[in-house]
Write a protein that binds this ligand. Structure first.
Ligand code: SF4
Length: 91
């Protein structure tokens, strides 16, 4: 997702979960995506990189302020950084 995103777009994104059925993680143990160390984070991120709904997943996690686990190929810290950079870019 690029460019301007309206409030309505964000609300739609935050609610729509239909993309989850296409996620690569559907075939894998959920705990893989909630790792307890950096190695686990890298493993999960690698899987996400091959997932066809990765960008939607990332936007969903950011829109919903999900602060646990790897979503859309990004750790909690990376998602916070992305959200902060977007806020600063808007200011
Ligand atoms: S990007 Fe990662 S966490 Fe998101 S649906 Fe795909 S595999 Fe699952």
């Amino acid at each position: 997702m690029t460019g301007h995103v309206s409030l309505r777009d964000l609300e739609d994104l935050a609610m729509d979960t239909s993309w989850m059925a296409k996620g690569k993680c559907r075939e894998l143990p959920p705990e893989l995506f909630f790792p307890s160390d950096g190695v686990g984070v890298e493993v999960a991120k690698k899987i996400c990189m091959t997932c066809k709904v990765r960008s939607t997943c990332l936007e969903y996690a950011i829109a919903n302020h999900i602060d646990h686990g790897v979503w859309g190929g990004a750790s909690e810290r990376e998602r916070r950084r992305i959200a902060r950079a977007r806020r600063l870019a808007k200011a």
